[in-house]
Design a protein around this ligand. Structure first.
Ligand SMILES: Cc1ncc(C[n+]2csc(CCOP(=O)(O)OP(=O)(O)O)c2C)c(N)n1
Ligand SMILES: [Mg+2]
Length: 780
């Protein structure tokens, strides 16, 4: 029985070794085809990373065809994208045409993409570091779902990152490690392709072993795969200890040079350095040059048996870091060269590789070429029986019901931030299903962004109960924050990258885990920039969440220039996959929140960003609800202009009182003056340019909303635009119908002050509006 098992294991190793070679070939050939065979029209280099792929084929073969469990999800380092494509090609999930169109329009993407690729991609990657940390947050989300009874513990998968070693230089990795430790994450694996090369160079020797310390401190198990089986066998032979010591002390760069130079160079150097030591010469002489080259590059990350053993040994749920030593460009003539990141085999070199693998010319795309009929059929059968071949597709659970209206907070003067908190609090107190699916989070700004009420009602999430010590000691506090498994707020430390990555993971709960969550995250508006790439990453992954940036703008007054956001309206407008709204009044907040909860669940919806303020302003009384439809389209007339009016003021957000004051002062001189409340510069602009594009392509669609709004004005009317942010967010409106614009807004850093001083200084007060209007008419 024991022998039979061993045989089966040996057979499996042989099959996975064959797959490793196939993946190295197919990924190399895919890149080669795109660069050297496919016709080029623009003279641009197509690119691709053969060396980065070859570095990881063994790791990927062992993971996907041995260790993978049905519910595991894998994030693949960006530059190994072609290996993932090749795996799915061998499984029959990817077409030849897609591979041939690698990096071309509509073809396989350069880096794995959830939204653009035709193969299943669990996590998008591209911006190094983010695709790694996301797995830790997804394991936290999985724990949340298990704790809330939406998933069985037995169905929990491992969230796995296959990462490049240079990704360990990204700060967001360490932010995530700290947060992961606080939340006691589990079921998370990171496998480092430790080739000690980044894009520019070989990495610092000084970091050797430091990673173990860092990860172990944060509760991770570290498994190092330094040497493969061949090397370990050589170490056990006479002279082997000297060889092992030599390897241990050889600097990264020198190891890389020798790897590139090959067997004869290894021999010369080893004889020079340790040839005088007992038995070493005899040991080295037992290998020919090719054999010695293969021995010295037989690192753990290229040894299928070692990889399988390592993966098998981590069979509990403890987070685990595998440091798999590899050679960048392993098995290719690029191996070890410091410039190999973007280096590519030339046609002669790829021919040579093809021949060495026994692949006949013309058979390059055959998934199982070069193996002989019998072996090819067995390997195909092995692949077809793999866990990966039977993996379920991602699910799309039905949307969660959103009530037709959310109650509007009452009060004659209100701020949009407080209104947001009230709407959430009302939901938290309700028995709406929607409320049960909301998960809130904030990077240490829960109280100051008005999430506290929701948290008091619904509790903090922790896998294990954490008592509220202050409450037990009967010390009065507005925050009743007991933590328990049913809690619905995930508390984060101050790290905006973590915040956006958690929102991303929460926002992917439906496709990943089959349960919809409605993530609501709050952050100080200026610090959106701190996590901007992670926000972009979330949107690119098509994760769905409600982001609330608050407080915002100069309107923060005494908080000063370090906390006053200026360019976030432009971020809101420029970020694909994120619809930006900036309400002025509480009823707008309730309207947009309701809309967002629905929109972020729609297949063609997106995430939503609300830019809010702590400034309390008098509310408007509404005669009806007709404004709502226009407000959702991006703007409505707060003061309707007379037909053919010569002027209007268009504004966004909490500066409404200044605008209305200017209106009162101007309306006698400019009869018919209108006031346009632009609730979303983003939606308004997007729809306008989409309608334009529709007309250019012969599809005469409806007139855009901004055109409809402006058609109430005279053709050459003048408009003063005003926003507490970059004036460019609104000044484009002049281009819609060729109207004159007086753009008000902030284009300098803010500073401390009270609102009258700040608004006067930065030209956002009523006088500034009046001056701007006068200028418009003077220069006419
Ligand atoms: C945030 C970010 N900065 C820069 C790059 C450009 N870049 C691509 S790969 C790379 C280095 C990759 O090295 P490593 O992670 O070790 O991968 P490998 O050696 O396996 O190719 C860099 C700097 C990027 N993709 N993302
Ligand atoms: Mg590297």
């Amino acid at each position: 029985m024991a022998t039979k098992f061993a045989d089966a294991r040996e057979e499996k190793i042989a099959a996975i070794e064959a797959l490793d070679t196939r993946l190295r070939w197919l990924s190399s050939w895919t890149v080669h085809n795109a660069n050297h065979i496919r016709k080029k029209r623009d003279g641009l280099k197509v690119g691709g990373h053969q060396a980065s792929c070859a570095s990881m084929t063994a790791i990927m073969a062992a993971l996907y065809f041995h260790a993978l469990r049905p519910n595991d999800k894998v994030s693949v380092k960006p530059h190994a994208g072609p290996v993932l494509q090749a795996i799915h090609y061998m499984l029959g999930n990817q077409s030849l045409e897609q591979l041939q169109q690698f990096r071309a329009l509509g073809g396989a993407q350069s880096y794995p993409s959830r939204t653009k690729d035709k193969i299943p991609v669990d996590f998008s990657t591209g911006s190094v570091g983010l695709g790694v940390a996301i797995t830790a947050f997804s394991s936290l989300v999985q724990d949340y779902l298990v704790a809330h009874g939406s998933m069985a513990e037995a169905d929990a998968g491992r969230m796995i990152s296959l990462m490049g070693d240079a990704e360990l230089d990204e700060g967001n990795i360490y932010e995530c490690l700290i947060e992961g430790y606080k939340h006691d994450i589990r079921n998370c694996w990171w496998v480092v392709d430790y080739n000690r090369q980044s894009l520019d160079s070989t990495t610092a020797d000084r970091m050797f072993r430091r990673f173990d310390d860092i990860f172990e401190t944060c509760g991770w198990r570290v498994i190092t795969l330094k040497h493969g089986k061949l090397l370990r066998a050589a170490f056990a032979r006479p002279g082997g200890k000297s060889l092992e010591d030599w390897i241990e002390n050889c600097p990264n760069a020198e190891y890389a040079v020798l790897t590139y130079q090959g067997g004869a160079a290894w021999r010369a150097r080893l004889i020079d350095d340790i040839g005088h030591k007992p038995h070493v010469k005899k040991l080295l002489d037992s290998f020919d040059d090719d054999g010695l080259g293969a021995l010295m590059t037989n690192l753990g990350g290229h040894c299928i048996a070692s990889l399988m053993e390592a993966f098998d040994s981590a069979d509990d749920d403890r987070p685990t870091l595998f440091i798999a030593y590899t050679v960048k460009g392993y098995g290719l003539p690029l191996a070890g060269h410091k410039d190999n990141h973007s280096g590519m085999m030339n046609p002669a070199q790829i021919e040579q590789l093809r021949e060495s693998l026994g692949i006949e010319a013309g058979q390059e795309w055959e998934p199982f070429a070069g193996l002989g009929g019998n072996m090819a059929a067995r390997l195909k059968d092995f692949v077809d029986r793999s866990v990966l071949a039977k993996k379920d597709e991602e699910s799309s659970p039905p949307p969660i019901f959103v009530p037709a209206r959310l109650p509007v907070p009452t009060g004659e003067t209100q701020s949009t931030q407080a209104a947001f908190g009230h709407v959430l609090l009302d939901l938290a107190k309700s028995s709406e299903l929607l409320a049960d699916h909301i998960v809130t989070t904030a990077p240490d700004v829960t109280q100051t962004t008005n999430l506290g009420g929701f948290v008091n009602q619904r509790g903090l999430f922790r896998r294990s109960q954490v008592a509220d010590i202050f409450r037990e000691a009967k010390i009065p506090s507005a925050q009743k924050w007991a933590a328990h498994a049913a809690g619905q707020h995930i508390e984060l430390g101050i790290a905006e990258n973590n915040f956006f990555l958690l929102l991303t993971s929460l926002g992917l709960a439906a496709p990943h885990f089959g349960t919809r969550l409605i993530p609501v995250g709050t952050v100080y508006d200026p610090f959106i920039s701190r996590g901007l790439d992670a926000l972009n990453y979330g949107c690119y992954s098509d994760a769905r969440f409600l982001l609330v940036g608050t407080p915002s703008g100069l309107t923060l007054g005494p908080e000063g220039g370090a906390h006053q956001s200026i360019n976030t309206p432009l971020i809101g407008m420029g970020q694909p996959g994120l619809a930006y709204f900036e309400p002025a009044y509480a009823d707008e907040v309730a309207l947009f929140m309701r809309w967002a909860f629905e929109y972020l669940q729609q297949p063609d919806g997106s995430s939503v960003y609300l830019r809010l303020s702590t400034r309390q302003i008098p509310q408007v009384s509404r005669e009806d609800t007709q404004w709502e439809e226009d407000a959702l389209k991006g703007g409505y007339w707060l003061r309707k202009p007379a037909p053919g009016s010569q002027a209007a003021i268009a504004f966004t957000g909490a500066i409404a009182p200044e605008i209305l004051s200017a209106y009162e002062q101007l309306v006698d001189d400019i009869p018919g003056l209108g006031v346009l409340n632009i609730t979303s510069p983003d939606v308004l602009h997007r729809e306008w340019s989409a309608q334009k594009a529709a007309r250019w392509t012969g599809r005469h669609g409806a007139v855009s909303h901004i055109e409809t709004l402006l058609s109430d004005l005279a053709p050459h009317a003048g408009i003063v635009t005003a926003i507490d942010g970059s004036p460019g967010a609104l000044s484009w409106i002049g281009g819609v119908k060729g109207m004159r614009i007086g753009p008000l807004g902030t284009d300098r850093f803010g500073q401390t002050g009270d609102l009258p001083d700040l608004y006067r200084n930065y030209r956002l007060d009523a006088d500034a509006v009046i001056d701007a209007m006068a200028e418009l008419f003077l220069v006419r």
